[in-house]
Write a protein that binds this ligand. Structure first.
Ligand code: GLO
Ligand code: MG
Length: 348
């Protein structure tokens, strides 16, 4: 059963984080990239996600030739480990040029910076052997509504995507929507927005999306419905599973931490549509708790994967026939309890 699952797992170096929050410093000592890569391998994950500057630190200060040299050296190290690069994401929310947004900044010079950096990211992705570019549009939104024209910002986003699609005809772009944080309101808050934006680009076939459970919850949506929606369009090309306790700051909790039932529904939706069968990875965008000791550093990731695999078993052993009967009989009360009993397991 679950040992025959088609799933392959991945995480990013930022998921082995040091415990800092806006109100306090780190609680664990920093670790080198090589240590993180070794941990990923040791624990049986098959791919790593990269920000462009995880792959090539200080990327803005380096020449194109230098970036490509470092990217090729990294690819060799990944090959030696037997680890794939799942994707590369331009980190467009750190630099001074992105203070007022990246592609949607009011300053044309800053918009140019964002596009130039994205094109370098595409070259980097090619050197790392992946065709997947993730765009978490962190600062593309507003804090002061009147400061920007939201319709013009859509044009800016389309222009940026078009430049990337034209730069490399092989790459695929996945948009990772999030409704807020760091912005008050993001321009692309949901999967529906992401796919609508894809439709305006020069090559919609190469623009898909990535669902993060916590981001869907922050938008007041059901992550399982977002999965069903994206997969109905054949557009779910990556996934950040985690959990979130209601409408507050982005929490990146372990998968299933808040709602086991919602996690079950997400896994059931993935199973129903065969997520992973075209090579898509299951990524966990989770962070250890601030209180976590260094010796338990990987537990948020390992527990998320364990919970995921347990829920794959639960999805595969769910009594679909009994569920169908209850649906036909419009006895949703009994259907509800069927799910609850299944998740609880046999009574002692
Ligand atoms: C933040 C996002 C972030 C992205 C990552 C990849 O809320 O989830 O972690 O997934 O930077 O672009
Ligand atoms: Mg994410």
């Amino acid at each position: 059963m679950a040992d025959q699952h088609p799933y392959r797992f991945c995480f990013g170096p930022w998921n082995i984080s040091e415990g800092q929050d806006p109100y306090g410093p780190t609680t664990r000592p920093p670790q080198s990239f090589d240590w993180k890569l070794a941990q990923l391998k040791k624990h049986g994950f098959e791919a790593m996600m990269f920000h462009d500057d995880d792959a090539v630190p200080d990327i803005d200060s380096k020449s194109g030739t230098q970036v490509r040299k470092e990217a090729k050296a990294l690819k060799k190290r990944l090959d030696d480990f037997g680890i794939a690069a799942e994707m590369v994401a331009p980190r467009l929310w750190f630099a001074p040029q992105t203070i007022d947004g990246a592609y949607t900044s009011n300053d044309p010079k800053c918009r140019r910076y964002a596009i130039d950096r994205s094109l370098r990211c595409l070259d980097l992705a090619k050197d790392l052997g992946t065709d997947l570019i993730v765009l978490w549009l962190a600062r593309e939104g507003s804090y002061i509504r009147e400061s920007k024209d939201a319709a013009r910002c859509i044009d800016y986003l389309v222009e940026a995507l078009d430049r990337m699609l034209a730069h490399d005809r092989r790459i695929r772009i996945v948009i990772e929507p999030k409704p807020n944080e760091p912005m008050d309101h993001a321009y692309i808050p949901t999967i529906g927005h992401a796919l609508a934006l894809a439709g305006l680009t020069r090559d919609p076939k190469r623009v898909g999306c990535l669902i993060e459970s916590a981001h869907a919850i922050l938008a007041g949506l059901d992550p399982a419905d977002e999965i069903d929606f994206a997969m109905r369009f054949g557009k779910l090309w990556s996934l950040h599973l985690n959990d979130q306790n209601g409408l507050k700051y982005d929490q990146d909790r372990p998968f299933g931490n808040v709602s086991l039932r919602s996690a079950f529904d997400q896994v059931r939706a993935l199973e129903r549509h065969g997520y992973g069968k075209k090579g898509e990875y299951v990524c966990f965008d989770v962070h250890p708790f601030r209180t976590t000791k260094p010796e338990h550093w990987l537990d948020a990731l390992l527990n998320s994967r364990r919970t995921f695999l347990r829920l794959v078993q639960k999805a595969r052993s769910f009594n679909e026939k009994a569920a169908r009967q209850r649906i036909e009989n419009r006895d949703y009360q009994a259907l509800d309890q069927l799910v609850i009993e299944h998740l609880l397991g046999p009574a002692k």
